[in-house]
Design a protein around this ligand. Sequence first.
Ligand code: NAD
Length: 271
Amino acid sequence: MSYVDKMFGLGGKTAVVSGGAGVIGTVMSEALLRAGAKVMIWSRSQESVDGALDKMKEVPGSDGRVAGMRVDAGSEDEVEQALQETVSSFTAPDILINGVGGNIGKYRLIEQDMELFEKVLHMNLVAGLMIPTKVFGAYWIENQIKGSIINLTSMASYNPLSGVWAYDAAKSATLNLTMASANEFAEYGIRVNAIAPGFFLGKQNRALLVDQETGEYTERGRAVIAHTPYGRFGEVGELAGATVFLASDKAAGFITGVSIPVDGGYLVHNI
Ligand SMILES: NC(=O)c1ccc[n+]([C@@H]2O[C@H](COP(=O)([O-])OP(=O)(O)OC[C@H]3O[C@@H](n4cnc5c(N)ncnc54)[C@H](O)[C@@H]3O)[C@@H](O)[C@H]2O)c1
C-alpha cells in the first residue's frame, strides 16, 4: 500500500451521507466511495435516492459498497430507524456527512414570511445537523465507535449574506455547534468538523444566482463572483479533497472542531 493510500484510504470505513442525493452530497459520496469507504446515501425521496445510486454505479469497484435509503433527516424517529436499518442491512457507520440544507428565497427582514423562516431553519439546523448528530452521537458513544462527522457550514457562517435570514442563522449556528459538539464528543474519540463551501450551484441556490429564463448570472450571482478572488463559482468536484482528508483518521485524527473553507478565497477578499 502506498503512503498516500495509507494516509487517505478509507477502506474498512462506512459513511452515511445524509442529503447524499444533493449536488454537494453526491460529490462527497463519490469521493468517499472512490477512497474505499462503503457509502449509504440517505435522501428524502426514493426517486432522488435511485438517481444518486445510478451515478454511484459509474464508480469503478462500487458494487456492494453503496446503498441508499429514503429518510427524512428532520424526523428523529425516521433517523433512528434508518440508522438501525443501516447497521443491520449494510454496516455500522463510522462517518456521518450532514449534507442536508439549502436556502429558499431572499427577503427584506420586515417582509420575511415566518413559516418559511422556520422551514429553512429546520432544514439546515435541525435536519441538517441536530437530529443526525444526536442520533449518531448516542449510537457511537453506546457502541464505543470513534466516529467522525462532517457538517456543511457556509460563507454565511462567517459573515451574513443579505436577505437570507434563516440561512444566516442556521449556518452561523452550524459553525458554533460544530465546535461545541467537537468539544463534547472529544472524550469518546468522535471528531466533528465542517467544510464551508464558497459558492457552488446547488438545487436551491441556483435560482438566486442564475436567471432561470436567460441562464445569465443574476445581479447576486455577479456580486458573488466579484467578491471571489478566484473570479468564478466553485466546481463541486473541488470539495472531494477536503471530504476525504477530514474523513481520514490517519490524515486528520487530531483535527476536530474546525471548518475548512473551500471558497476560492471568498473569505479573504478585501479592497
Ligand atoms: N451549493 C452551495 O454553494 C453551498 C455553499 C455553502 C454551503 N452549502 C451547503 O451544503 C449543503 C448541500 O447543499 P447543496 O448545494 O448540495 O444543496 P442541494 O439542494 O443540492 O442538496 C440538499 C439535499 O438535501 C435534501 N434534503 C432537504 N431536506 C431534507 C430532509 N429533511 N431529509 C433528507 N434530505 C433532505 C434535498 O432533497 C437535497 O437533495 C447544504 O447544507 C448547503 O447549505 C452549499
